[in-house]
Design a protein around this ligand. Structure first.
Ligand SMILES: C[S@@+](CC[C@H](N)C(=O)[O-])C[C@H]1O[C@@H](n2cnc3c(N)ncnc32)[C@H](O)[C@@H]1O
Length: 419
């Protein structure tokens, strides 16, 4: 998948001829390491949102008949667009492919990787003379028949891993929405029945995300569960964790989630409460059993991870952090009775906690597959997995894989020895 990016926030320039807005666009992969190289030029449309007497209105600044284009070999597209004098106070700008069929705007269009897609961007624009925030938003409509969207912001012109969007998280959110939709879209990959079973349980669900970045997966899943899918009537708690460098952006996205939750338009009759929270968790601490109070507070039904297994040098810390979370779960009071430890793991019943882990990844190199060995070493056993084709417009086929693992309570003290 490709992403429309701004290389810096839009700026205004005033002249006698009127106000101009300068926008520098690029279209790249999630990592930003490869520019879109399409067979035929791709038109780009830019709209701005401004205040009118009757409320906010969107106006196109690019020519509908002959929009600017992005071509193979291009690295940036610089645009100077005239703002019609009648528009008072422009406060948002939206950049998207001109061809509607290429827009990655809803989960259902991402179900079948046949059609290459581009993720559009929205940017808040400061008044002329003021500096705009270095932040762009990604918005994904989760269901065709329900008013729930994923809305996350990421940093413009920042290459920090924790501060922008990744294919693994976005594709996993789209797939989860499709999996739980009342009518799953045509062409979607079947599977992950175990995951559907966990999410369909009508009990308060506790979900912990490890390495959440800007919160795409955790917040996306929270929005999906809010919609009361599969007849769920009870709420859920989603706790996201990452390094301190992720904090500012993720709290901004939690704030967005909370305000969106308080204002779900249209049919929200089935809506259930889903809380979203954040706590720092460095795997270098986690692997030693140093976990924060929020992580230790609940037994987690489901751990979720996306795009965190690309670096084999951190897999040991990650796998042992998961094992330590499992150990902490098993030390909580009032746990249910589950089969205790013996060689087969079906010893006499004792209080304990079995949990599941969903992991999404866009494999970037062969050595990444080692995560399966590391996870098995920490007693996370694979139940099933699916492979989703990434909707690419150019280059080699790519995919996102989603795995479901189980960790049984009786393996609570098993940590991974160095491989
Ligand atoms: C490629 S990003 C993926 C982010 C997010 N899961 C997503 O899919 O959008 C990898 C994430 O792992 C986090 N990470 C890397 N090393 C970590 C560590 N030692 N402890 C905690 N998080 C770590 C990074 O901060 C980053 O947010």
């Amino acid at each position: 998948m490709h992403y429309i990016r701004l290389l810096r926030p839009p700026t205004f320039e005033g002249s006698r001829a009127g106000l101009k807005i300068k926008v520098i666009v690029s279209i790249t992969t999630d990592l930003g390491d490869s520019f879109l190289s399409p067979d035929a030029p791709i038109g780009v449309r830019i709209h701005v949102k401004s205040q009118s007497k009757t409320g906010p209105i969107w106006t196109e600044l690019t020519s509908r008949a002959s929009p600017p284009t992005w071509r193979a070999g291009q690295r940036v597209l610089k645009l100077d667009l005239t703002v019609p004098p009648a528009l008072s106070r422009v406060f948002q700008l939206h950049v998207r492919p001109a061809d509607e069929r290429l827009v990655a705007s809803k989960s259902s269009v991402m179900a079948n990787g046949g059609q290459g897609l581009i993720v559009p961007v929205w940017v808040d624009v400061a008044a002329p003379g003021e500096e705009s925030a270095h932040v762009g938003s990604r918005i994904l409509k989760l269901f065709d028949d329900k008013p729930y969207t994923l809305h996350v912001e990421e940093e413009i012109g920042d290459t920090n891993l924790a501060r922008h969007i990744w294919d693994g998280g976005l594709m996993a959110v789209a797939h989860l929405a499709n999996l739980l939709a009342s009518s799953p879209p045509q062409g979607m990959v079947e599977g992950l029945t175990g995951l559907k079973e966990i999410l369909a349980q009508d009990k308060e669900l506790n979900i912990l995300e490890i390495g959440s970045g800007i919160g795409t997966l955790g917040i996306g899943l929270a929005q999906i569960l809010q919609a009361g899918v599969l007849g769920r009537t009870q709420g859920a708690n989603v706790l996201m964790t990452d390094l301190p460098e992720a904090e500012e952006r993720i709290w901004a996205n939690i704030l967005r989630y909370n305000s969106a939750s308080n204002a779900v338009p249209g049919d929200s009759s089935n809506r259930v409460e889903v809380s979203v929270d954040y706590e720092n968790l460095d795997w270098e601490d986690g692997m030693k059993g140093v976990l924060g109070p929020k992580v230790k507070a609940r037994p987690w039904d489901l751990l979720i991870i996306s795009d965190c297994t690309y670096n084999t040098s951190t897999l040991m810390a990650l796998a042992n952090t998961l094992a330590q979370v499992n150990r902490a779960n098993n030390e909580l009071p009032d746990l249910p009775l589950v089969p205790g430890a013996n060689a087969d793991g079906d010893g006499p019943l004792e209080p304990g906690w079995n949990s599941k882990l969903m992991l999404a990844t866009k494999p970037r190199h062969e050595s990444e597959r080692k995560f399966l060995d590391y996870f098995e070493g920490a007693c996370y056993y694979e139940d099933e997995h699916v492979e989703l084709s990434l909707p690419m417009l150019d280059g080699d086929a790519q995919k996102v894989e989603i795995y479901l693992f189980t960790k049984k309570a009786w393996t609570k003290n098993i940590m991974l020895a160095e491989l």
